[in-house]
Design a protein around this ligand. Structure first.
Ligand SMILES: Nc1ncnc2c1ncn2[C@@H]1O[C@H](COP(=O)(O)OP(=O)(O)O)[C@@H](O)[C@H]1O
Ligand SMILES: [Mg+2]
Length: 394
């Protein structure tokens, strides 16, 4: 059974936790076994739902469970081995132990662990719906790019190193005094790699989508547009935008009327920018929407009769179509202009760079024996043309 997975992301404070928790409550109340997971270090699910949460999944009400990933504890459990090795290397190199400890806190460990947790829940078969309350956009993008980037790194660095180390371990240990990693370290790294690959597979399935939360302010919308481009680059589907904190219209004073007018202008822009996906509008309430009842009511109003769990149809951001001479790879990159996109091919990999984000795309076997004959960016998509090369031909 595949769980319906919905990730909520957006700029800090726009209402990610509120809408994630509200959507999960609606899901549970419609009969689905639902879990909300938070990957944000600023844990506020407990505050939103109005109850204290521990490190283990907690039942909030019938069918509604919450899990705040305790990154620190998980870190110690699963990264202990790798960290142990790094420490011993630094120790041998004469770095004092306290500094060594700081150095070996692998950046992004929180994210890695949250992803692993998500994988475990997705594979458990226990959940119909998993809602992920993500951190601020930049972190989410890093999180979602991670499985592929880490996989690449691990293949290159650890793959080669393992072979070399096997042969040289006795010599090197004696000569340099640097301990060589034990096989168990490599095993741990390999396990991590395959687990993360699986995470990516789960998150790019049809049943997994990302929802962008924004407030109708120019700066926030600009960031949301960039997120849409980057999410598409990595192959994730965005299935909706929630425009939150919209001031209700009607007998307003001059101050509020100015906000209403300004928000209306930005909302028009949002509707044009995100024309492909539904835009749900939620009003600025007079108080914080908290507690399961408050959150459910808040989100029910925002979704306005739409099914918050509907799986969007249509193709994902990446498609491959056959042509007479080969194939065409299409990656949707909404808003991207020609000058923002850079493309290179390295063996079986296509390196696509958009702004400051890069994807190392392993070409499907069907394409690896093709040569790239051209590429263009237009109408919000990158199209790469491939020509099939006959075996034996230059
Ligand atoms: N539409 C709204 N009306 C009133 N308060 C809101 C609304 N949306 C969010 N809030 C409040 O704003 C604060 C930040 O929301 P939160 O969902 O935690 O944002 P994020 O997770 O994006 O940082 C919370 O106190 C929340 O209750
Ligand atoms: Mg939050």
């Amino acid at each position: 059974m595949t769980s319906r997975i919905i990730l909520f992301t957006g700029k800090g404070g726009v209402g990610k936790t509120t809408t994630a928790a509200g959507t999960a409550t609606l899901a549970a109340r419609s009969g689905r076994r639902t879990l909300v997971v938070s990957t944000d270090a600023a844990h506020s699910l407990g505050d939103a739902l109005g109850m204290p949460l521990g490190a283990e999944p907690t039942e909030v009400e019938e069918r509604l469970w919450v899990h705040q990933v305790d990154a620190q504890r998980r870190f110690e459990r699963s990264w202990g081995e790798i960290q142990g090795y790094l420490m011993s290397v630094l120790d041998a190199a004469g770095v004092d132990p306290i500094t060594a400890e700081e150095l070996t806190v692998v950046p992004g460990a929180e994210e890695v662990l949250a992803l692993l947790e998500l994988r475990m829940h997705a594979l458990s078969g226990e959940w119909d719906v998993i809602v992920v309350d993500c951190g601020p956009t930049a972190e989410t993008l890093r999180l979602l790019a991670l499985p592929e980037a880490l996989g690449w790194y691990m293949n290159r660095v650890f793959g080669v190193q393992r072979r070399v180390v096997k042969a040289l371990r006795p010599v090197l240990t004696r000569a340099a005094g640097v301990p060589m990693p034990e096989d168990s370290v490599f095993d741990a790294v390999e396990r991590l790699h395959s687990d993360l690959e699986q995470v990516q597979q789960i998150l790019t399935e049809k049943e997994s989508t990302v929802r962008l939360v924004l407030t109708p302010e120019a700066v926030v919308v600009a960031e949301a547009r960039r997120s849409l481009t980057t999410l598409s680059l990595y192959g994730y589907r965005v299935d909706g935008v929630i425009a939150n904190r919209v001031f209700p219209e009607g007998d307003a004073d001059a101050w509020r009327q100015a906000w209403v007018d300004s928000q209306r202008r930005v909302l028009d822009e949002v509707r044009q920018s995100f024309a492909e996906v539904p835009i749900w509008v939620s009003t600025y309430s007079s108080g914080e929407p908290v507690g399961a009842d408050g959150l459910a009511a808040f989100c029910r109003e925002a979704y306005d009769g739409a099914d918050p769990l509907a799986v969007p149809d249509g193709e994902g951001p990446m498609t491959i179509t056959r042509t007479e001479t080969g194939a065409e790879l299409r990656i949707a990159l909404p808003f991207a202009q020609r000058q923002d996109v850079d493309l290179a091919r390295h063996g079986d990999e296509l390196v696509v760079t958009v702004g400051s984000y890069r994807r190392l795309l392993a070409l499907p076997t069907a394409l690896s024996r093709h040569s790239v004959t051209g590429a263009r960016v237009e109408d919000g998509a990158l199209r790469v043309r491939f020509r099939f090369e006959q075996e034996g031909r230059a």
